[in-house]
Design a protein around this ligand. Structure first.
Ligand code: ADP
Ligand code: MG
Length: 238
């Protein structure tokens, strides 16, 4: 299995001089294509910092982040942005949807903005199909975020993150604001895209019950990987 992303000796220090604080202490981590993994650990252990480095939203203080086997830490920001836009999708605890735009526009706009493209009928149909596949009914496609429930808003955010067909989805506590049943549905969606598209998923969660629904649990404590265990195979062997 080829590595989608690989961290090698990654350290991260915030601040300088007397206030410098190293929050990641030399992380080695590889995610292979098609993995569905959870990142768990106490608050302040460095999970979001790690996700930001994996997502090329920040640069390590030492070590290297290889995305699709390419070293990224020395890349120009424009190249990192391009790579991020092609290969990565993000979902956060708060959906960050654009309040003035419909669900459909929220799915379409980032890709259009990135590619400088025009809205074609094909793109619109693809976005509608994706909204349908995350469980939004046609009458909801035209609604603004405020006219949707929290669970529906997060489904739109997931559709937005997946519209450009990234290889890796990074989700930072995506169910932190959702009730248990809706959180289950979000994880079921991740599982479905993981199976249907071979999407690699890394999801930060506080909920051991949700983490147990993934195939691999990576536990971060005080900036160290304390445990990294694979669950029993999701599918029984033939
Ligand atoms: P988690 O997501 O596991 O709660 P974070 O990665 O957000 O942990 O934070 C890890 C540590 O790094 C914490 O001590 C936090 O205060 C610190 N930290 C996070 N972001 C910054 C920042 N931008 N500047 C300074 N310190 C930060
Ligand atoms: Mg966090």
């Amino acid at each position: 299995m080829s590595a989608v992303i690989r961290l090698q000796g990654v350290r991260k220090t915030y601040g300088q001089g007397a206030v410098a604080q190293e929050v990641l202490h030399g992380i080695d981590l590889t995610l292979a294509r098609g993995e569905f993994a959870a990142l768990i650990g106490p608050s302040g252990s460095g999970k979001s910092t790690l996700l930001n480095l994996l997502g090329l939203l920040d640069r390590p203080s030492a070590g290297e982040v290889f995305l699709l086997e390419r070293p990224t830490s020395e890349m120009e920001e424009a190249e990192r942005t391009r790579l991020r836009g092609e290969a990565l999708g993000f979902v956060f605890q708060f959906h960050h949807l654009l309040a003035a735009f419909s669900a459909l526009e929220n799915v379409l706009l980032p890709s259009l903005a990135r590619n400088g493209g025009r809205l074609t009928p094909t793109l619109r149909v693809e976005a509608e199909a994706l909204l349908a596949s995350v469980g939004l009914k046609p009458e909801q496609w035209r609604r603004k975020p405020a006219e949707l429930s929290g669970g529906q808003q997060q489904r739109v955010a997931i559709a937005r993150a997946l519209f450009h067909r990234p290889v890796l989805l990074l989700a930072d506590e995506p169910t932190g604001n959702l009730d248990t049943q809706t959180a289950d549905q979000v994880f079921a969606l991740f599982r479905r895209f993981n199976e249907e598209r071979g999407l690699t998923v890394l999801v930060v969660t506080h909920d051991p019950r949700l983490a147990a629904r993934t195939d691999r649990i990576i536990e971060l404590v005080d900036g160290w990987i304390l445990a990294d265990r694979s669950a029993a195979p999701h599918h029984p062997a033939p």
